[in-house]
Design a protein. Sequence first.
Length: 84
Amino acid sequence: MKVIGYVVAVVGLVVIVLGSGFFGEIGFVEDNFLYVSGAGVLLVVIGAAMSLVAGKGKGKQGSEEVPIYEGVGKKRKVVGYQRG
């Protein structure tokens, strides 16, 4: 999902560049450059949001188990686990 967001954002950047007329005028873009640039900005925002949302779901989420020890030094042994 994160990679798809990056691809959508890059496509949006390409659309913005084409809509700005940097490489010359293209038939359809010539009359509707404002709409094409707006669509590019929208694609960049959607792609960035997809990339950020995809990164939020992964992580520790508090389910990591931490060992509980009893004893000291070499006599120390694990007696259980606690979720951290």
